[in-house]
Design a protein around this ligand. Structure first.
Ligand code: DUC
Ligand code: ZN
Ligand code: ZN
Ligand code: ZN
Length: 465
């Protein structure tokens, strides 16, 4: 039995902050004891970490990543191996990625392909949501089976007609099914039919630069789709989780629903909190690095997103990590912004950027841990195994130095992508040590984990309502 001890740190969870030592046995948290207590003084261990002056926090739970994701004739550049290793570097110890149903195919087939991709290569633990791109009688039946096997959330798209898109009838049917089987519907809320009209008109007028991606994917069309998704969920009496919320107008829709007491939840991503349409307008096609959907918004939206995180109108910050290299992938859209693969890298940067939100006074330390660890774990049926530090929980723990500064850069990051969306940005706070089920995977500036340490985690249903 391996015993590990973390002494001297400030343990921060979503619920409390305590000056405590943490004892780990067999990959799980065995006990916590106040610094200097008689109880803790008796502990011995095979391995001891000194966390004096540091935070001891739960490993991050990134509930929205896309490794090896097929998009626009290419695939996102991080594999499950490289992407989970980069996540570990950034203090994230669990990802929930998206298995994809192909049109004309079943859920099972899509899911099995993703089980196979991730099997034996991940550095940290992982789970799956299921993207439904073909809602029909057969796939609705398959939903029930997937919920029973631990795939308890399903993403639908109101965007991308002809690819992932579902119409309102399909959405309503899937929501009704989820209301019956306990699944949680996740929605990409943008009016893709209207957006495609605007895309066609922009291109016809010679507006081909990356910044037009932001102009045609209007905030109003995100808000409209968010509103429609909420009403459909009410009709179906189903809970709803809206992914990658970027527009203040969409937040307003979520806040109104939540004020009515509806089980409606929202996620935003670091790129919407830190970047803006200014980035999309960078010259020489560099704006393509920031093309993702929903798109980056004018800077003014950032304050509304931070506020919503404080007021719990948004509950989760995940990354939508979906990296495409600038060279060879983003470049597919030179001369036509609609051909730029949609997505940005970020799985390695999330914990640091959100800690910067603490430093900048946007959120409290405990709220940082809530939106990055506890809330995503509860939302997706992983709590308290993941997302907290408590007896019985997996010992997925980060020792975080809140004072160390560092600069985010493609030169030093570990994601398999040739640029950083945060190039040159200085942040205060840094991951020092990362344990995954008690095993050190990052420490002293080295990766000490291994491909295949990460295990698949079947999930329970949403614990949020
Ligand atoms: N948005 C992205 O930016 N990338 C992949 C899929 C999506 O919805
Ligand atoms: Zn999406
Ligand atoms: Zn996504
Ligand atoms: Zn995405």
């Amino acid at each position: 039995m391996t015993r590990t001890l973390i002494r001297g740190g400030l343990v921060v969870t979503a619920a409390e902050e305590t000056h405590a030592d943490v004892l780990i046995e067999n990959g799980r948290v065995a006990a916590l004891a106040a610094h200097g207590s008689a109880f803790g003084a008796t502990w011995t261990a095979d391995r001891t970490f000194d966390a004096t002056g540091k935070y001891v926090i739960p490993g991050g739970v990134d509930a929205h990543t896309h490794m090896e994701f097929p998009f626009g004739g290419t695939a996102s550049s991080d594999t499950f191996e490289t992407g989970t290793r980069a996540a570990a570097w950034g203090g994230t110890t669990t990802i929930v990625d998206f298995a994809v149903q192909k049109k004309g195919h079943g859920l099972r087939e899509g899911l099995d392909a993703y089980y196979a991709k991730a099997d034996g290569v991940c550095a940290i633990d992982y789970a799956f949501h299921m993207i439904m791109s073909d809602v029909h009688e057969g796939s609705l039946k398959e939903m029930d089976l997937l919920v029973a096997e631990g795939i308890t959330s399903f993403k639908l798209f109101m965007a991308y007609p002809g690819v992932f898109y579902s119409d309102d009838g399909q959405i309503l049917r899937a929501m009704q099914r989820s209301a019956a089987n306990g699944g949680l519907m996740m929605m990409h809320a943008e009016n893709g039919i209207a957006i495609d009209v605007l895309v066609e008109q922009a291109l016809a007028q010679g507006r081909t630069d990356p910044r037009y991606h932001g102009e045609v994917r209007k905030a109003l069309l995100e808000a409209e789709a968010t509103h429609r998704a909420i009403q459909l969920a009410r009709v179906a009496e189903a809970p709803l989780y809206v992914v990658h919320v970027s527009a203040e107008e969409a937040v307003t829709e979520l806040a109104r629903a939540r004020d009515m007491g509806l089980p409606v939840y929202g996620e935003t991503c670091p790129q919407y909190l830190f970047l803006s349409t200014d980035n999309l307008a960078e010259p020489d096609f560099h704006g393509a690095k920031y093309v993702c959907s929903t798109p980056l918004r004018p800077r003014e939206h950032q304050a509304a997103l931070w506020r919503a995180l404080r007021t719990d109108d948004l509950q989760v910050v995940s990354t939508d990590h979906c990296p495409f290299c600038f060279t060879g992938q983003k470049e597919l859209g030179r001369g036509d912004f609609s051909k730029i693969p949609n997505g940005m890298p970020g799985v390695e940067n999330r914990m640091d950027l959100l800690h910067q939100g603490v430093v900048d006074g946007h959120i409290s330390r405990r709220r940082w841990i809530d939106i990055a660890c506890a809330a995503p774990a509860r939302m997706f049926g992983l709590y308290p195994k993941k997302g907290t530090i408590a007896p019985g929980a997996d010992a997925d723990i980060v020792i975080y130095d809140p004072h160390a500064e560092h600069v985010l850069s493609a030169e030093t990051h570990h994601m398999n992508v040739d640029y950083s969306a945060y190039e040159g940005r200085r942040v205060t706070g840094r991951v020092e040590t990362v344990l995954s089920r008690g095993e050190p995977v990052i420490g002293r500036g080295q990766y000490t984990g291994r491909a295949g340490h990460g295990q698949y985690v079947p999930r329970g249903t949403c614990q949020y309502h």
